[in-house]
Design a protein around this ligand. Structure first.
Ligand code: EPZ
Length: 422
């Protein structure tokens, strides 16, 4: 298992480029199942979750070619659905595998997908995906840990009201609705940029969709979708992580190839804390914190356009360096504070109280051996290590490899001392 060895104390400077969004690329890859024509996806990040999804699609029947000249360009062709199934072995390593459920029922009339089981950050059931499919006319049964969804006569458009906002749930049902007969209305839909990106791809494939980016999405079903070429949006969570890395190290860092408006909530919090984030051009942000103390600023995670839960752990690392007490409230997942214990091993002063973390800064962090528990928790440990005195060894970095492309190379390029050890 790989480890990161990080020597802290160096401010980041220069430029780091953002990769394509993992959480946009995953549903986009699943969407390729909706047509027997060629779908070309560009700016696919080279991270482990994407490779897992590609393996799943190949098992289902897709032919996948990665462009040799441009490995971020992936060509998918699913002439026939050979096996409409997502096995436990894959689903347990990546919950987003359930994104094939909607496309498979819509295209093949049948899907068999393993139930994901528990997760490091919360229970994360997929009941809203299933309820949505049932509304569209699928019959759902559960046996041996698998969900079996069938719609032999095709799906029928329907009114789906999500009990709670769900990102992949909205994506899954949207992908089912585009091939359902008649109109579907998805209410209380997620407004995340990744949902909007998926709608853009589906529209290029011939789907009729209105309202993406709002909480009501209307779909007029079509009988067939065709091939398309689509470039995935920038990864706002990766970009936000680098912005926070610049802030925590008191650096002067530009984060390029991002979409600044996707990071609005983070930029507002950082401004309150005394960190200057300026927009250099349409796709570049510059973060600077060279003088002055960092202010403690409370933060509550929310669905988009609120503060992303996927940046909560990294923000908490920053708040350990603020002068005073800040409260971080996690409202999306019930167990997403695993990083707090590890930050405490590095000298942070954090008290957990249910969904709240009370952080008393400013702590002098020192390097220690720590364990990555999930993707974003790992990123927060990397940030803490970048300011800690001495050497930090982060174990189980396979978690970070799930969603960050070559993070050690990107951070080294900006002046960090970080290396990977096997
Ligand atoms: C997506 O997960 C992201 N994953 C997550 O990113 C992200 O943290 C999350 O949205 C919230 O923004 C992908 O896009 C692949 P949800 P998702 O359904 O869709 C509950 C990362 O680090 N819920 O919006 O699975 C659920 O338990 C990952 O990149 C149900 O109860 O999240 C949670 O409390 C981690 N039943 C809340 O809703 C359901 O059927 C929101 O979850 C579905 C969800």
């Amino acid at each position: 298992m790989d480890k990161f060895v990080i020597e802290g104390g160096l401010p980041l400077h220069g430029m780091i480029a953002t990769s394509g969004s993992k959480n946009s690329a995953l549903p986009a890859l699943a969407a390729a199942l909706l047509t027997d024509e060629e779908v070309v996806l560009e700016r696919i990040p080279r991270v482990r979750d994407i490779r897992t999804m590609q393996r799943l699609l190949v098992d289902i029947g897709s032919e996948i070619t990665v462009d040799e000249a441009d490995p971020e360009r992936v060509v998918l062709n699913t002439k026939t659905i050979v096996s409409p199934e997502a096995p436990y072995e894959l689903v347990k390593t990546m919950r987003a595998s359930s994104l094939v459920l909607g496309p498979l029922v819509a295209r093949a009339g049948r899907a068999r997908v393993s139930l994901p089981g528990g997760c490091a950050i919360g229970a994360r059931p997929i009941n809203f995906h299933l309820a949505g499919l049932e509304h569209l006319g699928a019959r759902i049964a559960q046996e041996h840990g698998y969900i079996e969804a069938v719609a032999p006569d095709g799906l029928k458009g329907a009114h789906v009201v999500f009990d709670r906002i769900t990102v992949t749930g909205t994506e899954d049902i949207l992908m089912a609705a585009v091939l359902a007969e008649g109109e579907s209305v998805l209410e209380n839909a997620a407004r995340e940029p990744e949902v909007v990106d998926l709608a853009h791809l589906l529209r290029k494939m011939g789907a009729k969709i209105e309202g993406e980016g709002t909480s009501v999405i209307r779909v007029q079903g079509v009988s067939k979708l065709h091939g398309a070429t689509h470039e995935i949006i920038a990864d706002r969570i990766e970009a936000g992580t680098f912005v926070l890395a610049g802030a925590i190290t008191r650096g002067e860092l530009c984060v390029s190839r991002c979409v600044p408006e996707h990071l609005g909530a983070l930029i507002v919090k950082l401004a309150e804390a005394g960190v200057t984030v300026t927009q250099v051009d349409d796709t570049t942000l510059r973060v600077e914190r060279r003088i002055g103390a960092l202010g403690p600023v409370d933060m509550t995670t929310e669905e988009y356009p609120g503060f992303a839960t996927d940046l909560q752990a990294q923000y908490m690392a920053l708040m350990t360096q603020a002068d005073g007490i800040s409260i971080v409230t996690e409202t999306i997942f019930e167990n997403r504070f695993m990083h707090a214990q590890e930050l405490m091993r590095m000298g942070a002063n954090i008290r957990l109280d249910g969904r709240q973390a009370i952080i008393a800064g400013r702590s002098r962090l020192t390097g220690a051996g720590v364990i990555a528990s999930d993707l974003r928790a790992s990123a927060s440990l990397v940030l803490a290590a970048l300011v800690a005195k001495g050497e930090t060894v982060i174990d189980r970095v396979y978690h970070i490899d799930r969603g960050y492309e070559k993070i050690e190379a990107k951070l080294s390029g900006a002046g960090a001392k970080i290396r990977r050890e096997e």
